[in-house]
Ligand binder design. Structure first.
Ligand SMILES: Nc1ncnc2c1ncn2[C@@H]1O[C@H](COP(=O)(O)OP(=O)(O)OP(=O)(O)O)[C@@H](O)[C@H]1O
Ligand SMILES: [Mg+2]
Length: 251
């Protein structure tokens, strides 16, 4: 679905991404891991077309990414960015309805089908109870659940998540990831997710892409290359692998 070839990116004269080369197949849950400042958000924003000032080539469905216009991108990509705020006191349901904006008709109104889809997605994300609450008056984790509902209401082919679960408690986090995994398996959704929790990335990802100082340090199926030594190399922490369950930090 994505073909990334020899991609380099700089902010001014500061080189951020070096010689990135890999591909992403449709229906894959891909996690991007790496230390703070390693280039995860930068790479995400190149893949979702928000930033096109790179050298090299990124193809989405065999076409150069910069050739897609905004309307095409918004029907293909839902993006939850790392810095996400809504200052205006919309109701939560109004926020989720914004996910349908790319599909609005010429009269600029939502169809009954749109409303049904919004309610369905709010049920699945367990957010219907906030429908009439103001987005400015809910908790951080509840906010992230509404933003996820909006992203899913957009019915994307590719879902970009930049630490989209960071404020959710463990049960909502797991439920959200399971819901997304179901869409990956059953509907061929492709997910590109930046995650700091190595164990969740390890357990739920089909593929992991690890960045170290702006370079691709490893990409593939988690159990093929995520080892204690690899984590030491990328994150500079000693961990111990327990059976096949995950990694515990040695303290
Ligand atoms: N707008 C910007 N202008 C200049 N430099 C930037 C800008 N945004 C990010 N950088 C720099 O680019 C590098 C990579 O940043 P990026 O946001 O991609 O990191 P990250 O891996 O997402 O980190 P984190 O885990 O902290 O979110 C960092 O050194 C950062 O300081
Ligand atoms: Mg980031």
């Amino acid at each position: 679905m994505f073909k990334i070839e020899n991609v380099n990116f700089s902010y001014g004269n500061k080189k951020i991404l070096h010689d990135i080369d890999f591909g992403i197949r449709k229906g894959t849950f891909l996690s991007i891991i790496g230390q703070n400042g390693s280039g995860k958000t930068t790479l995400m924003n190149l893949l979702n077309g928000m930033n096109i000032d790179y050298s090299g080539s990124i193809k989405y469905l065999d076409r150069d990414l910069p050739d897609y216009n905004i309307s095409e991108r918004s029907k293909n990509f839902s993006i939850i960015s790392q810095k996400n705020t809504i200052e205006f006191p919309f109701t939560c349901m109004e926020v989720v309805m914004m996910g349908r904006n790319p599909y609005k008709n010429r009269l600029n109104s939502l169809s009954e089908e749109d409303i049904r889809l919004v309610i369905d997605v709010m049920k699945k994300t367990n957010t219907l109870k906030f429908a009439n609450s103001l987005i400015t008056e809910i908790s951080g984790g509840e906010f992230q659940r509404i933003i996820l509902a909006r992203a899913l209401a957009q019915n994307p082919r590719v879902l970009f998540l930049d630490e989209a679960f960071s404020a959710m408690d463990i049960s909502y986090k797991i439920n959200a990831i399971k819901l997304i995994k179901k869409l990956v398996k059953e509907e061929g959704l492709t997910v590109i997710s930046v995650m700091h929790d190595i164990n969740i990335a390890y357990k739920f990802s089909d593929e992991i892409c690890a960045l170290k100082q702006g370079r691709l340090h490893g990409v593939g199926k988690p159990d093929e290359f995520i080892t204690e030594d690899f984590i030491l190399d990328v994150f500079n922490i000693e961990v111990e692998k327990v059976d096949n369950k995950g990694f515990f930090v040695k303290v």
